[in-house]
Structures are given as structure tokens and as C-alpha cells.
Ligand binder design. Sequence first.
Ligand SMILES: Cc1cc2nc3c(=O)[nH]c(=O)nc-3n(C[C@H](O)[C@H](O)[C@H](O)COP(=O)(O)OP(=O)(O)OC[C@H]3O[C@@H](n4cnc5c(N)ncnc54)[C@H](O)[C@@H]3O)c2cc1C
Length: 399
Amino acid sequence: MTRETTDILISGGGVAGLTAAAAFGSSGFSVICVDPTPPVTTMEAEGADLRTTAFLQPSIPVLAAAGLWDRLAPHAAALQIMRIVDAGGELPEPRIVKEFDATEISDHPFGWNLPNWLLRHEMVERLAELPNVSFRPGVAATRLLTRDSEALVTLSNGTRIAARMVVAADGRASAMREALGIPVRTMRYGQKALAFAVSHPVPHRNVSTEIHRSGGPFTLVPLPDRNGLPCSAIVWMETGPNIQRLAALPPAEFEAEMNTRSCHILGPLTLISRRTVWPIISQIADRMSGERTALLAEAAHVVPPIGAQGLNMSLADLKALLDLAEADRYSLGSAKMLDAYHRQRHNEIQIRVTGIDALNRASMMGAQGLRDLRATALNALYSVAPVRKTLMRTGLGLR
Ligand SMILES: Cc1cc2nc3c(=O)[nH]c(=O)nc-3n(C[C@H](O)[C@H](O)[C@H](O)COP(=O)(O)OP(=O)(O)OC[C@H]3O[C@@H](n4cnc5c(N)ncnc54)[C@H](O)[C@@H]3O)c2cc1C
């Protein structure tokens, strides 16, 4: 049996795990990153992740330090305005439209939006530049044994890795988290999301639009123009059976329903990608760490895709972990370091998971009276400038 040693073993090469590998590698740590599923790095390929990620302002320095932002910036669409539309009246049409403008709180846009398949492509290329990072697609982490001085991870190809620290970035059903026996609390909504891309005649003007009626938000996020046409990524959340029905509709019938639901806010939308279905839950692990192991991203927390929080929270995890590792390189993976990581991140994550859970439940409301209450609350929150600015800063993760 082959045995290797490394500073950090990252279980999971999703967007979070790949970013962590680039970040720790750029900082000079030796890294092995494994994932049983090789990343799909083109839009057309079977299994491509057609979601997009809106990286909010605080995530950009994290990506830059990992040597990623210079590669990603040329492909990104800026998000200057977050528009919230309440279409919860009797007819599916906008009855309240509120625009949160980034210029009110900053000289920069709220964030930048990028396709997930492209993120994987650029991240894999970045890892290839780092001689101290070994990315091993097609290999799973199957077993974890920890002791005070190190973690021993067995891989699906039989290799054993001795690491000073394991980063569990292996998703919502994390094998590493389960091996440590860290429990999770899960909230289910009976809801799914449909992710796809559209073109439209009306330019998006770098405005991201969230339309609330019932079942969950319908969100349009700017993409760069394609073939001279304005384009947006859409996440449409609805009850599970409704999403399955929408995903199976022939394109023309789907477009008709999508145009009604979008309230024609960007003119008639044309479907330009496949439709992919994503389950929606909220979940939080009881702890952010175990012996010699840090939980990162969806291994630690899952939220519905509202306000672009999920991966941005994960990059805040990564920043906290990397800062602690760089502050005392000798103590990488020690109980002291990992306890500090838990303390820095867990409260903040609990607050965000609770807040997003409440927003999602408000957006799902079907009863007319509750939808009217939701509209009143949006009006009230928006109209007080300090409250509006605090909401924007909180959404960005700025203090
Ligand atoms: C529709 C939708 C839209 C979203 N939009 C946004 C947005 O705009 N902004 C934002 O910040 N967030 C957004 N999110 C959230 C974001 O997509 C997720 O936070 C992110 O993709 C999760 O990444 P991850 O790497 O933690 O998990 P995953 O992508 O699930 O990656 C986990 C990886 O671990 C691997 N793995 C599993 N088991 C093992 C094992 N035993 N050993 C090794 N590897 C293993 C898997 O193969 C997988 O590749 C959205 C989510 C959804 C559903």
C-alpha cells in the first residue's frame, strides 16, 4: 500500500475544494485534493454545472490571493443593482419594484457573476501551475482516522495519506464529516430549483432581479452578452413536483410559462441552455471542525440560493482558515487552530442560515394575505435609508 505525506488533504474538488486547493497552494502549503467525479469544464458536456455563481465583494480578495481572479475577471458580468420585485398580487405582474444600488454603499459593484463550469475550467488550470498541489480526479477519500498529531486518509485507489490537516469540502453528504460523527440539522422545504440561461431583447444593465410570487424566488442574474444578445442566468425555485413538470415541458411551452413568471421584465426570454434541477435544503453542521479536520462550504452549511450567499459564505470560511494557518504555520491542523476556526465561523453561519431560511419561507407563501404582508414589509424596509444600507452591507457580508 502506497503511503504519502502532505500538509493538507482536501476531500472534494467542487468549486469550494478547488478554490481551497488554489488558496493553500498559493500560500506555499503542500496540498493533495481528491474527488471521485472529474470536473466538467465545458458548457456543452454531459453533466456540466449550468448554475452561475455571483461572487460578492468580500470574495474577490480571496480569489485574487489564490491566483484565480485575474483569470476569472474577463469572463464576469458585474452586478450593480439588486432589484426585488413583488408580484404576489392576484395577477402575475409587478406590484412593488425596489432597486438596491451598490453606489449607495460602495464605489464597486455588489459582485460579479460567472458560470460554474467556467470556474472549474479556470481553477483546474490554476492548480496545474502550482507544483506543490496535486489534484487527483477520479479518486475518493474513503476512510479517515485521526490522532492528535495527524490525520490518516485512505483513498479509493488504496493510497494512504498522512496529512497535518484535512479539509472536508466533499459536499452536503460529506464522508469526512460523517467519519468524524459530526451531526447536522437539516430543514426541508419540498422545493427544488431549475437553473438555465436565457437571452432577451432588453439589456439587463447589470441589474440582478429577484421576482417573488409563490413557491420561491425567480431570479435573473446578468451574464456577458452572447452573439450580440443580452443574456441572464435564471434560478427558478418552486415546489418539487412543479419543477419536475417544468423541466419536462417542450421548450416552447416552457418559454411561455417562464415568460409569465418573469413578468416580462426583460422582454420575451429565449431559452439558450439545458435546464438542470437542484434540490433545495438548509443544513448546518453542529461544529466547523473535528480532530485534525476543518469542514468547509456545503460540508458545513447549505442554504437555498437567495441573495448569492452559499459559496460566498464558503469563501469566508476559507479566508478564516487560511488566515489562521498563515498566522502560525507550525500549528496547522492543531486543536487550538481548529477551535478558533469553529468559533470564528459558526455563529455567523447560524445567523445567515436562519435569515435565509426565513426569506425562503416568505418567498414560498401562497396565501394572498401573507403575500400582502410580505409586500408591506418590503416597502417598509426599503423606505428607511439606514435600514436599506444595513441590509445591503449585511447581504454582502461587510461589517
Ligand atoms: C441553483 C443554485 C444556485 C446557486 N447560486 C449561487 C450564487 O449565485 N452564489 C453563491 O455564493 N452560491 C450559490 N449557490 C451555492 C453554491 O453553488 C454551492 O455553495 C457550491 O456549489 C457548493 O460547492 P461545494 O464545493 O461545497 O459542494 P459540491 O459542489 O457539492 O462539491 C463537493 C464535491 O465533493 C466530491 N465528493 C463527494 N464525496 C467525496 C469523497 N468521499 N471524497 C472526495 N470527494 C468527494 C463531489 O464529487 C463534489 O465534486 C447556488 C446553489 C444552487 C443550488
